[in-house]
Design a protein around this ligand. Structure first.
Ligand SMILES: Cc1ncc(COP(=O)(O)O)c(C=O)c1O
Length: 383
């Protein structure tokens, strides 16, 4: 690259900033302990995975053979036979959620999309883009969907083919919607297969639940029709990416022939990132299932450590089962900004990712919050 000295200096300064902040994104669920250096050489090529990895595309520089392996891995992880599944490596959890909603809308064009108030903000955008009718459902105190309210709203809309967007780990509190209860209650109101669609947004927890002893139901074996997971969250990647898995028979409904690439296509975008496919492939081959279990167990232990430490200081912190998201009362804006915390109304959270090898950063943050709480109390006592 032909950069001026000033521009080189700008990049150098940004490099220093990144090094400084690399491991301190504690408010957001991004794993930072990845090493994809063996893939750097592929940045010399304009790789592109446009279209379906099952096809022989005319665009030769693709990483389709690796994408196939990735999809085989996730089909097994999410309990669907590879032959019955189809999915692809996306630009992130949002694209996977959009793909799931798109499939559902093609199956049930006049139906309503039901999602809880704790659902990620991008889902309202998806409903708008796809011009889907949508209905907001109440949540329980822990953040999971209130199934009674969901059923009442489905009955009220007299919706015989509801599309349910289930959170498998909400953004703010890691709450998992009760898939088993939803399906049981649908049956009780005489809505049974194949007359509903269940999409699972498993952005973070999709790479947690397969590796714990008592996972909440969330897979195809539990009745899900499609699942989206983020690649840059628990797996870890320098580029946002994700994986979506759906049922092949539903995907075939939206598949079209594209003569320009001489292949079939059913993905959301045209050009697709082939480098992130290589990253996902490397990541899944870098850890055995036992090693993933150990990574997840470490994160869960760290989350419980944080809860205990908060509680010992009299601060009401909590977490949902199998969640690495620790929820606590919002600190002052000064502390939230300093530690880059995600805050939603009265609540904030920290997320214990695998790169938190020791408790040092967690201790530092909790100590700052304890002092902050004391200052807030003193301030309210004087005013
Ligand atoms: C529950 C949930 N769904 C969807 C998303 C969006 O995922 P992405 O950022 O990978 O597009 C997030 C991101 O934080 C999330 O927490």
């Amino acid at each position: 690259m032909n950069l001026s000295t000033a521009n080189k200096e700008r990049l150098d300064s940004f490099w220093s900033y990144c090094l400084q902040h690399q491991y301190f994104n504690i408010g957001y669920p991004e794993s930072a302990d990845f090493d994809y250096s063996s893939l750097y050489r592929f940045f010399n090529f304009s790789l592109n995975n446009c279209g379906d990895w099952r096809e022989l595309s005319n665009y030769a520089l693709n990483s389709f053979e690796f994408e196939k392996d990735v999809m085989q891995y996730f089909a097994e992880l999410f309990k669907i036979s590879f032959q019955e599944s189809w999915g692809y490596v996306t630009n992130g959890g949002t694209e996977g959620n959009m793909f799931g909603c798109y499939l559902a809308r093609e199956l049930f064009p006049n139906s309503t999309l039901y999602y809880s108030k704790e659902t990620h903000y991008s889902v309202a955008k998806i409903a708008k883009l796809l011009r889907m009718k949508s209905c907001l459902v109440d949540t329980l105190d822990n953040g999971e969907i209130n199934t009674d309210d969901l059923i009442q709203k489905i009955l009220f809309n007299k919706d015989k083919q509801p599309i349910i967007f289930a959170n498998i780990g909400t953004t703010m509190s890691g709450a998992v919607d009760n898939i088993a209860n939803i399906q049981l209650q649908l049956k009780q109101i005489h809505i049974d297969r194949p007359n509903y669609y269940l999409h699972a947004d498993a952005a973070l927890s999709g790479m947690i639940l397969p590796f714990v002893n008592n996972p909440q139901p969330f897979t195809f074996a539990d009745g899900i029709d499609s699942i989206s997971v983020s690649g840059h969250k628990m797996i870890g990647s320098p580029i946002p990416c994700g994986v979506v898995v759906a049922k092949c028979k539903n995907v075939d409904l939206i598949s079209v022939d594209v003569d320009y690439i001489s292949a079939r296509d059913q993905t959301i975008s045209g050009s697709r990132n082939a480098h992130s496919v290589l990253m996902m492939w490397s990541a899944i081959h870098s850890y055995s299932p036992l090693e993933w279990r150990q990574r997840i167990e470490h994160c869960l232990n760290m989350a419980q450590y944080a809860v205990n430490k908060f509680q010992a200081a009299g601060i009401r912190a909590w977490r949902n089962p199998n969640s690495i998201t620790v929820v606590f009362p919002s600190p002052s804006e000064k502390v939230s900004r300093h530690y880059h915390l995600a805050v939603s109304g009265p609540l904030a959270h920290l997320i214990t990712m695998p790169h938190h090898k020791t408790t040092q950063k967690i201790d530092e943050l909790i100590q700052a919050i304890i002092i902050d709480q004391q200052e807030l109390l003193e301030h309210s006592a004087y005013s």
